[in-house]
Design a binder for this molecule. Structure first.
Ligand code: ADP
Ligand code: MG
Length: 422
């Protein structure tokens, strides 16, 4: 055991570099993974935006951008290799030191005759055999630290998801929606401390059609995001049938709202599956009906596979207007008591819009609907029109009233009439 003490004196010496190098490796691996994430983003954007890249002759620019991140990653990898390979010679040195000291001490013991040569030799051989596995422990720490750096990123993500679920404290407290009356009271909201909505008051009686108009950037779409609780950190209250949506389950809120937006999301599946997304339990008869009413069949019927046509990634094989018709069919299928339309027909030409307007009118029947329109002609018949400017309600009333009393509204109307008459 005396010899073992001599052999083990090197262990505490080895701990320090192992820990220090492990720490650096963890830090640099974290950075590397961040950079790789960034690189995937750069690559993804240039592939998705391939039409823009080519149309603007920006291949070189994109290539340079990609190489810049690749080089950055390469340099981090080199640095990481430098650091981790420093460990091996250090461990080798410390190990040899331990063996040298043991041989010296063993030699002294043998000369003193407190130990036989055979005992000493067997100790030495076992020490040499133990040396490799002990050295491997140092490298093991490097792998562990690399793994922990990855785990840190993953846990950050998992924890943030948990946070959202926990925010939804009222999982079993479902909204009970009979009429779908919506009241927005003193609503203020900021993205990153820039105030977007300021003390907004909007009241939507049940079963009525309310329109919101305003210049782009005035905060119209933001109101819809808050109605669906994509953001929770607003001031003021949103009530549906006198129930504060913040105290009720997200599921029940979103289950009762149909949404059609300006940028429609398509999945790389058949047209039918994309419509069915609105209600996964719908029968194919219901889907056919929705496809008829929304004008989907009008273009689908001329496709070889009809509703079974695959739409491509993000619906790339369809035109913007066709995608919007599918989105409208999806909302029809969902059949929710509240309907939110955010420039739902902006990608349609006037003629198609007129046709679909009828089916949208059908869709809105007996529903509370909030319509953000890009063409005033589609909302002239709304029960109340709110004019929003810079996040505030400028005025509200019926079309005829607003034409007389609201300058912004009459300007918007005038411009549209001019364009139409051109
Ligand atoms: P509108 O629909 O009336 O055209 P939005 O509600 O989309 O306007 O946007 C209102 C303002 O909020 C704009 O100035 C826009 O830049 C900003 N904004 C919209 N979405 C975000 C976001 N996710 N993060 C930060 N700012 C945003
Ligand atoms: Mg918008």
């Amino acid at each position: 055991w005396e010899l073992t003490i001599f052999a083990f004196f090197a262990f505490p010496l080895a701990l320090w570099p192992i820990r220090k190098i492990g720490k650096s490796i963890r830090k640099i691996t974290y950075t590397i993974q961040n950079e790789i994430g960034f690189f995937s983003n750069v690559l993804g954007e240039s592939i998705r935006g391939i039409k823009q890249v080519k149309a603007y002759n920006n291949q070189d620019y994109e290539t340079k951008k990609a190489f810049k991140t690749i080089n950055k990653i390469k340099n981090y990898f080199i640095k990481s290799a430098f650091i981790s390979n420093r460990l091996s010679p250090l461990m080798e040195f410390i190990g040899s030191l331990a063996i040298a000291v043991s041989i010296y001490a063993g030699g002294v013991f043998v000369l003193n005759e407190s130990m036989t040569t055979g005992q000493f030799m067997s100790f030495l051989v076992s020490l040499l055999l133990a040396y490799q596995p002990v050295k491997a422990l140092g490298n093991l720490n490097i792998s562990i630290q690399e793994g922990l750096a990855g785990a840190e990123r993953i846990f950050n993500l998992l924890d943030s998801e948990n946070y959202l679920v926990e925010q939804d404290k009222n999982k079993s407290n479902h909204l009970k929606i009979k009429e779908g009356k919506i009241e927005i009271k003193n609503l203020s909201f900021a993205y990153n401390e820039i105030n977007i909505l300021k003390n907004l008051n909007i009241s939507i009686p049940d079963g009525k059609k309310i329109a919101i108009v305003g210049l782009s950037g005035s905060g119209k779409s933001t109101i819809i995001s808050l109605l669906l609780r994509f953001f929770d950190n607003y001031d003021g209250k949103i009530l549906i049938d006198d129930q504060d949506i913040i105290h009720h389950s997200l599921y029940s809120l979103r289950n009762n709202i149909g949404l059609v937006t300006q940028d429609t999301m398509m999945f790389n599946d058949t047209i039918e599956a994309n419509i069915k997304y609105g209600n996964l339990n719908a029968s194919s008869l219901d889907i056919q009906k929705a496809a008829d009413e929304s004008g989907v069949n009008e273009f689908a019927n001329s496709l070889p596979d009809k509703l079974n046509t695959i739409v491509g990634e993000s619906g790339i094989k369809l035109s913007g207007g066709q995608r919007q018709r599918i989105a409208i069919a999806r909302a029809m299928l969902k059949n929710a008591p509240i309907l939110l339309l955010d420039e739902a027909t902006s990608a349609l030409d006037n003629i198609t819009e007129k046709k679909i307007q009828k089916s949208i009118a059908n869709l809105m029947k007996n529903r509370t609907s909030l319509v953000i329109a890009h063409r005033l002609s589609t909302i002239e018949d709304a029960d109340i029109i709110y004019v929003i400017d810079k996040g505030k309600v400028l005025d509200f009333g019926k079309h005829e009233e607003l034409l007389k009393k609201c300058k912004l509204y009459s300007q918007l109307h005038l411009q549209e009439t001019l364009i139409r008459d051109q």
